[in-house]
Design a protein around this ligand. Structure first.
Ligand code: NIG
Ligand code: FE
Length: 381
Protein backbone atom coordinates (compact mmCIF):
# COMPACT_ATOMS: atom_id res chain seq x y z
CA UNK A 1 0.00 0.00 0.00
CA UNK A 2 1.58 3.31 -1.10
CA UNK A 3 0.49 6.93 -0.57
CA UNK A 4 1.67 9.86 -2.67
CA UNK A 5 1.67 13.27 -0.97
CA UNK A 6 1.48 15.71 -3.84
CA UNK A 7 1.52 19.49 -4.24
CA UNK A 8 3.70 19.96 -1.14
CA UNK A 9 4.62 23.67 -1.16
CA UNK A 10 7.62 23.10 1.09
CA UNK A 11 8.95 19.75 2.27
CA UNK A 12 11.27 19.90 5.26
CA UNK A 13 12.96 16.50 5.00
CA UNK A 14 15.43 16.92 7.85
CA UNK A 15 17.94 15.09 5.65
CA UNK A 16 21.12 17.22 5.63
CA UNK A 17 21.76 16.13 2.02
CA UNK A 18 18.60 17.89 0.86
CA UNK A 19 16.98 19.50 3.86
CA UNK A 20 14.24 21.48 2.14
CA UNK A 21 12.49 20.86 -1.19
CA UNK A 22 10.06 23.37 -2.69
CA UNK A 23 7.15 22.14 -4.85
CA UNK A 24 7.77 18.63 -3.68
CA UNK A 25 6.13 15.24 -3.51
CA UNK A 26 6.73 12.28 -1.23
CA UNK A 27 5.74 8.62 -1.33
CA UNK A 28 5.23 6.40 1.69
CA UNK A 29 4.95 2.67 1.15
CA UNK A 30 4.32 0.05 3.82
CA UNK A 31 4.95 2.64 6.51
CA UNK A 32 8.29 3.94 5.18
CA UNK A 33 9.31 6.87 3.01
CA UNK A 34 10.34 5.38 -0.34
CA UNK A 35 10.68 8.48 -2.50
CA UNK A 36 11.00 12.27 -2.14
CA UNK A 37 11.58 14.77 -4.90
CA UNK A 38 10.21 17.48 -7.13
CA UNK A 39 6.55 17.61 -8.12
CA UNK A 40 5.97 16.09 -11.54
CA UNK A 41 8.73 13.53 -11.16
CA UNK A 42 6.86 11.37 -8.72
CA UNK A 43 6.62 7.66 -9.37
CA UNK A 44 2.87 7.48 -8.61
CA UNK A 45 1.16 5.45 -5.88
CA UNK A 46 -2.03 3.57 -4.91
CA UNK A 47 -3.48 6.62 -3.17
CA UNK A 48 -2.94 10.36 -3.55
CA UNK A 49 -3.13 13.08 -0.89
CA UNK A 50 -3.29 16.63 -2.24
CA UNK A 51 -1.44 18.83 0.25
CA UNK A 52 -2.56 21.99 -1.56
CA UNK A 53 0.73 23.88 -1.48
CA UNK A 54 1.20 23.60 2.27
CA UNK A 55 4.25 22.55 4.27
CA UNK A 56 5.08 18.97 5.29
CA UNK A 57 7.50 18.20 8.14
CA UNK A 58 8.52 15.01 9.97
CA UNK A 59 6.41 14.22 13.03
CA UNK A 60 7.87 15.86 16.13
CA UNK A 61 10.07 13.72 18.37
CA UNK A 62 9.38 14.74 21.97
CA UNK A 63 12.34 13.15 23.72
CA UNK A 64 11.55 14.24 27.30
CA UNK A 65 8.17 13.86 29.01
CA UNK A 66 6.83 12.77 32.38
CA UNK A 67 3.31 11.63 31.49
CA UNK A 68 2.43 9.03 34.11
CA UNK A 69 1.01 10.95 37.05
CA UNK A 70 -2.20 11.83 38.84
CA UNK A 71 -3.42 15.14 40.20
CA UNK A 72 -2.14 18.52 39.14
CA UNK A 73 -0.27 21.45 40.70
CA UNK A 74 -2.45 24.39 39.73
CA UNK A 75 -2.10 26.06 43.13
CA UNK A 76 1.69 25.72 43.04
CA UNK A 77 1.76 27.31 39.57
CA UNK A 78 -0.47 30.17 40.67
CA UNK A 79 1.71 30.77 43.74
CA UNK A 80 4.78 30.81 41.51
CA UNK A 81 3.23 33.39 39.26
CA UNK A 82 2.79 35.55 42.34
CA UNK A 83 6.45 35.27 43.23
CA UNK A 84 7.13 31.90 44.88
CA UNK A 85 10.24 30.09 43.54
CA UNK A 86 10.16 26.65 41.87
CA UNK A 87 11.75 23.83 43.88
CA UNK A 88 12.12 20.11 43.33
CA UNK A 89 10.03 19.61 46.49
CA UNK A 90 6.75 19.91 44.56
CA UNK A 91 7.48 16.54 42.98
CA UNK A 92 6.40 14.91 46.26
CA UNK A 93 2.87 16.31 45.88
CA UNK A 94 2.52 14.46 42.58
CA UNK A 95 4.11 11.33 44.03
CA UNK A 96 1.40 11.15 46.71
CA UNK A 97 -1.39 11.59 44.14
CA UNK A 98 0.17 9.05 41.76
CA UNK A 99 0.59 6.37 44.42
CA UNK A 100 -3.05 6.82 45.45
CA UNK A 101 -4.38 6.48 41.89
CA UNK A 102 -5.56 3.27 40.27
CA UNK A 103 -3.63 1.88 37.32
CA UNK A 104 -6.66 2.50 35.11
CA UNK A 105 -6.76 6.15 36.04
CA UNK A 106 -3.04 6.58 35.38
CA UNK A 107 -3.28 4.81 32.03
CA UNK A 108 -6.28 6.91 31.04
CA UNK A 109 -4.53 10.15 31.92
CA UNK A 110 -1.40 9.08 30.06
CA UNK A 111 -3.50 8.17 27.02
CA UNK A 112 -5.14 11.59 27.08
CA UNK A 113 -1.77 13.37 27.14
CA UNK A 114 -0.38 11.19 24.35
CA UNK A 115 -3.49 12.02 22.28
CA UNK A 116 -3.01 15.72 23.02
CA UNK A 117 0.58 15.42 21.81
CA UNK A 118 -0.40 13.55 18.67
CA UNK A 119 -2.96 16.22 17.78
CA UNK A 120 -0.10 18.72 17.95
CA UNK A 121 2.13 16.73 15.65
CA UNK A 122 4.17 14.53 18.00
CA UNK A 123 4.57 11.04 16.57
CA UNK A 124 7.36 9.79 18.87
CA UNK A 125 7.42 10.45 22.61
CA UNK A 126 9.68 9.39 25.44
CA UNK A 127 7.91 8.72 28.75
CA UNK A 128 9.59 8.62 32.16
CA UNK A 129 8.58 7.11 35.46
CA UNK A 130 9.49 9.12 38.54
CA UNK A 131 6.24 9.84 40.37
CA UNK A 132 5.98 6.42 42.04
CA UNK A 133 9.26 6.15 43.93
CA UNK A 134 8.49 2.72 45.40
CA UNK A 135 9.50 -0.51 43.69
CA UNK A 136 5.93 -1.34 42.72
CA UNK A 137 4.83 2.21 41.84
CA UNK A 138 7.83 2.75 39.56
CA UNK A 139 7.32 -0.63 37.90
CA UNK A 140 3.66 0.18 37.39
CA UNK A 141 4.44 3.59 35.86
CA UNK A 142 6.88 2.04 33.40
CA UNK A 143 4.48 -0.74 32.49
CA UNK A 144 1.88 1.94 31.67
CA UNK A 145 4.43 4.05 29.75
CA UNK A 146 5.31 1.02 27.66
CA UNK A 147 1.73 0.80 26.39
CA UNK A 148 2.31 4.08 24.55
CA UNK A 149 5.96 4.11 23.50
CA UNK A 150 9.10 2.03 23.24
CA UNK A 151 11.05 5.03 24.60
CA UNK A 152 10.54 4.33 28.30
CA UNK A 153 12.81 5.81 30.94
CA UNK A 154 13.39 4.63 34.48
CA UNK A 155 13.56 7.75 36.69
CA UNK A 156 13.32 6.16 40.14
CA UNK A 157 15.97 8.78 41.01
CA UNK A 158 13.67 11.77 40.65
CA UNK A 159 13.82 12.82 44.33
CA UNK A 160 14.32 10.99 47.61
CA UNK A 161 10.80 10.16 48.84
CA UNK A 162 9.77 11.29 52.33
CA UNK A 163 10.51 8.89 55.15
CA UNK A 164 13.64 7.41 53.52
CA UNK A 165 17.28 8.34 53.90
CA UNK A 166 19.14 9.26 50.73
CA UNK A 167 21.58 6.37 51.17
CA UNK A 168 18.82 3.81 51.64
CA UNK A 169 16.94 5.18 48.67
CA UNK A 170 19.96 5.09 46.34
CA UNK A 171 20.47 1.46 47.41
CA UNK A 172 16.87 0.67 46.44
CA UNK A 173 17.08 2.59 43.13
CA UNK A 174 20.25 0.71 42.14
CA UNK A 175 19.04 -2.62 43.56
CA UNK A 176 15.55 -3.98 43.96
CA UNK A 177 13.80 -1.16 42.09
CA UNK A 178 16.17 -1.39 39.14
CA UNK A 179 15.64 -5.14 38.91
CA UNK A 180 11.87 -4.65 38.86
CA UNK A 181 11.96 -1.76 36.38
CA UNK A 182 14.71 -2.68 33.91
CA UNK A 183 12.53 -5.10 31.91
CA UNK A 184 10.12 -2.24 31.18
CA UNK A 185 12.66 0.49 30.39
CA UNK A 186 15.07 1.40 27.60
CA UNK A 187 16.71 4.31 29.44
CA UNK A 188 17.92 5.24 32.93
CA UNK A 189 17.73 8.87 34.07
CA UNK A 190 18.56 10.78 37.25
CA UNK A 191 17.66 14.27 38.45
CA UNK A 192 21.17 15.55 39.22
CA UNK A 193 20.50 18.76 41.08
CA UNK A 194 20.77 20.37 44.49
CA UNK A 195 17.76 19.01 46.44
CA UNK A 196 17.70 15.82 44.36
CA UNK A 197 20.82 13.66 43.65
CA UNK A 198 24.47 14.73 43.87
CA UNK A 199 27.36 13.82 41.56
CA UNK A 200 28.38 10.56 43.25
CA UNK A 201 24.82 9.35 43.62
CA UNK A 202 24.05 10.25 40.01
CA UNK A 203 27.07 8.35 38.69
CA UNK A 204 26.24 5.33 40.82
CA UNK A 205 22.63 5.29 39.62
CA UNK A 206 23.50 5.70 35.94
CA UNK A 207 26.24 3.07 36.03
CA UNK A 208 23.91 0.61 37.80
CA UNK A 209 21.34 1.23 35.06
CA UNK A 210 23.92 0.66 32.35
CA UNK A 211 24.94 -2.60 34.02
CA UNK A 212 21.29 -3.67 33.90
CA UNK A 213 21.21 -3.02 30.14
CA UNK A 214 19.72 0.49 30.10
CA UNK A 215 21.15 3.50 28.29
CA UNK A 216 21.85 6.68 30.28
CA UNK A 217 20.37 10.16 30.00
CA UNK A 218 20.29 12.82 32.71
CA UNK A 219 18.42 15.84 34.09
CA UNK A 220 21.33 18.27 34.28
CA UNK A 221 22.00 21.89 35.22
CA UNK A 222 18.33 22.90 35.39
CA UNK A 223 18.14 25.03 38.52
CA UNK A 224 21.78 26.03 38.87
CA UNK A 225 25.34 25.17 37.94
CA UNK A 226 26.34 21.63 38.83
CA UNK A 227 28.07 18.46 37.71
CA UNK A 228 25.25 17.03 35.54
CA UNK A 229 26.52 17.98 32.09
CA UNK A 230 30.03 16.73 32.82
CA UNK A 231 28.62 13.45 34.20
CA UNK A 232 26.61 13.08 30.98
CA UNK A 233 29.87 13.27 29.02
CA UNK A 234 31.64 10.91 31.41
CA UNK A 235 29.03 8.15 31.28
CA UNK A 236 28.36 8.52 27.54
CA UNK A 237 24.78 9.69 27.99
CA UNK A 238 22.72 10.12 24.83
CA UNK A 239 21.45 13.43 26.14
CA UNK A 240 21.84 15.97 28.92
CA UNK A 241 18.45 17.56 29.50
CA UNK A 242 17.64 21.14 30.58
CA UNK A 243 21.21 22.57 30.35
CA UNK A 244 19.98 25.94 31.53
CA UNK A 245 23.07 26.83 33.59
CA UNK A 246 26.28 25.81 31.82
CA UNK A 247 29.90 26.86 32.23
CA UNK A 248 32.26 26.96 29.24
CA UNK A 249 33.75 23.66 30.46
CA UNK A 250 30.29 22.08 30.49
CA UNK A 251 29.68 23.16 26.89
CA UNK A 252 33.07 21.79 25.87
CA UNK A 253 32.38 18.48 27.65
CA UNK A 254 29.06 18.08 25.82
CA UNK A 255 30.52 18.87 22.42
CA UNK A 256 33.62 16.66 22.85
CA UNK A 257 31.56 13.69 24.02
CA UNK A 258 28.83 14.15 21.39
CA UNK A 259 26.10 14.42 24.03
CA UNK A 260 22.87 15.98 22.76
CA UNK A 261 21.68 19.00 24.78
CA UNK A 262 17.91 18.69 25.15
CA UNK A 263 16.44 22.08 25.90
CA UNK A 264 13.04 22.33 27.56
CA UNK A 265 11.81 25.92 27.31
CA UNK A 266 8.36 24.99 28.65
CA UNK A 267 10.07 24.59 32.03
CA UNK A 268 11.60 28.07 31.97
CA UNK A 269 8.29 29.50 30.79
CA UNK A 270 6.34 27.83 33.61
CA UNK A 271 8.87 28.54 36.32
CA UNK A 272 9.51 32.09 35.10
CA UNK A 273 13.24 31.42 34.81
CA UNK A 274 15.89 32.55 32.34
CA UNK A 275 15.99 30.40 29.20
CA UNK A 276 18.99 28.26 28.20
CA UNK A 277 21.24 29.75 25.55
CA UNK A 278 20.81 27.50 22.54
CA UNK A 279 22.98 29.77 20.37
CA UNK A 280 26.01 29.18 22.56
CA UNK A 281 25.55 25.39 22.33
CA UNK A 282 24.96 25.40 18.58
CA UNK A 283 27.98 27.62 17.98
CA UNK A 284 30.08 25.14 19.98
CA UNK A 285 28.90 22.32 17.71
CA UNK A 286 26.56 20.65 20.21
CA UNK A 287 23.48 18.92 18.77
CA UNK A 288 20.40 20.54 20.29
CA UNK A 289 17.03 18.87 20.80
CA UNK A 290 13.81 20.55 21.87
CA UNK A 291 11.25 18.72 24.00
CA UNK A 292 8.24 19.60 26.16
CA UNK A 293 9.24 18.14 29.57
CA UNK A 294 5.47 17.69 29.93
CA UNK A 295 4.85 17.25 33.67
CA UNK A 296 2.44 18.72 36.22
CA UNK A 297 5.07 20.76 38.06
CA UNK A 298 7.54 22.61 35.93
CA UNK A 299 6.08 22.42 32.41
CA UNK A 300 2.49 21.32 31.90
CA UNK A 301 2.46 21.67 28.13
CA UNK A 302 2.18 18.88 25.57
CA UNK A 303 2.85 21.22 22.66
CA UNK A 304 6.02 20.96 20.58
CA UNK A 305 4.91 23.95 18.43
CA UNK A 306 4.76 26.06 21.58
CA UNK A 307 8.28 24.98 22.63
CA UNK A 308 9.58 25.67 19.15
CA UNK A 309 8.13 29.19 19.18
CA UNK A 310 9.72 29.83 22.60
CA UNK A 311 13.06 28.53 21.35
CA UNK A 312 13.07 30.93 18.42
CA UNK A 313 11.92 33.94 20.39
CA UNK A 314 13.79 33.37 23.64
CA UNK A 315 16.76 31.11 22.95
CA UNK A 316 18.38 32.67 19.90
CA UNK A 317 17.52 29.80 17.58
CA UNK A 318 16.58 30.35 13.95
CA UNK A 319 13.32 28.77 12.76
CA UNK A 320 15.39 26.22 10.79
CA UNK A 321 17.46 25.30 13.84
CA UNK A 322 14.28 24.96 15.90
CA UNK A 323 12.48 22.61 13.49
CA UNK A 324 15.68 20.57 13.22
CA UNK A 325 15.92 20.34 17.01
CA UNK A 326 12.25 19.36 17.38
CA UNK A 327 12.53 16.50 14.88
CA UNK A 328 16.02 15.23 14.06
CA UNK A 329 17.48 16.57 17.33
CA UNK A 330 14.91 14.63 19.38
CA UNK A 331 15.67 11.51 17.37
CA UNK A 332 19.39 11.93 18.08
CA UNK A 333 18.62 12.35 21.78
CA UNK A 334 16.87 8.97 21.62
CA UNK A 335 19.54 7.42 19.38
CA UNK A 336 16.93 6.74 16.72
CA UNK A 337 17.62 7.01 13.02
CA UNK A 338 14.23 5.81 11.79
CA UNK A 339 12.30 8.89 12.96
CA UNK A 340 12.83 12.66 12.93
CA UNK A 341 13.53 12.94 9.20
CA UNK A 342 11.68 12.17 5.99
CA UNK A 343 14.65 10.78 4.11
CA UNK A 344 14.15 7.59 2.11
CA UNK A 345 13.95 4.65 4.50
CA UNK A 346 12.63 6.67 7.45
CA UNK A 347 9.26 5.93 8.99
CA UNK A 348 6.37 7.64 7.27
CA UNK A 349 5.68 9.85 10.31
CA UNK A 350 4.69 13.27 9.02
CA UNK A 351 2.70 16.38 9.71
CA UNK A 352 0.86 18.54 7.20
CA UNK A 353 0.90 22.11 8.47
CA UNK A 354 -1.86 24.54 7.66
CA UNK A 355 0.88 26.96 6.58
CA UNK A 356 3.22 27.40 3.63
CA UNK A 357 6.37 27.00 5.75
CA UNK A 358 7.56 25.58 9.07
CA UNK A 359 8.66 29.16 9.88
CA UNK A 360 4.99 29.80 10.72
CA UNK A 361 5.33 27.57 13.79
CA UNK A 362 7.29 30.43 15.40
CA UNK A 363 5.87 33.27 13.34
CA UNK A 364 2.27 32.44 14.33
CA UNK A 365 2.68 31.31 17.95
CA UNK A 366 -0.33 29.79 19.66
CA UNK A 367 -2.18 29.18 16.39
CA UNK A 368 -3.13 25.52 15.82
CA UNK A 369 -1.29 24.90 12.54
CA UNK A 370 -1.15 21.11 12.68
CA UNK A 371 -3.69 19.94 10.11
CA UNK A 372 -2.90 16.26 9.50
CA UNK A 373 -0.73 13.77 11.36
CA UNK A 374 0.37 10.50 9.75
CA UNK A 375 2.28 7.72 11.46
CA UNK A 376 3.88 4.89 9.50
CA UNK A 377 1.85 5.96 6.49
CA UNK A 378 -1.50 5.94 8.30
CA UNK A 379 -3.50 9.06 8.97
CA UNK A 380 -4.19 9.45 12.71
CA UNK A 381 -5.32 13.10 12.88
O1 NIG B 1 12.09 17.92 34.37
N1 NIG B 1 13.51 18.35 36.91
C1 NIG B 1 12.93 17.39 37.37
N2 NIG B 1 11.76 16.93 36.99
C2 NIG B 1 10.78 17.67 36.27
C3 NIG B 1 9.90 18.45 37.17
C4 NIG B 1 9.06 17.58 37.93
C5 NIG B 1 8.04 18.26 38.79
O2 NIG B 1 8.18 19.41 39.21
O3 NIG B 1 7.04 17.53 39.04
C6 NIG B 1 11.45 18.53 35.22
O4 NIG B 1 11.34 19.75 35.19
FE1 FE C 1 12.09 16.45 33.17
Amino acid sequence: MSVLFERIGLLYTGDPEREEIEDAALVVEDGRVVWTGAAGEDPGADERVDVGGRCVIPGFVDSHAHLVFAGDRTAEFAARMSGEPYTAGGIRTTVAATRAATGDLLAGRTAALVAEMLAQGTTTVEIKSGYGLTVEDERRSLEIAGRFTTETTYLGAHVVPPGTSADDYVRTVTGEMLTACAPYARWVDVFCERGAFDADQSREILFAGVKAGLMPRIHANQLGNGPGARIAAEVGAASADHCTHLTDDDVLALSSAGVVATLLPGAEFSTRSPYPDARRLLDAGVTVALATDCNPGSSFTSSMPFCLALAVREMRMTPLEAIRAATHGGARALRRDDVGTLRVGARGDLVVLDAPSYVHLAYRPGVPLVDQVWREGRRLV
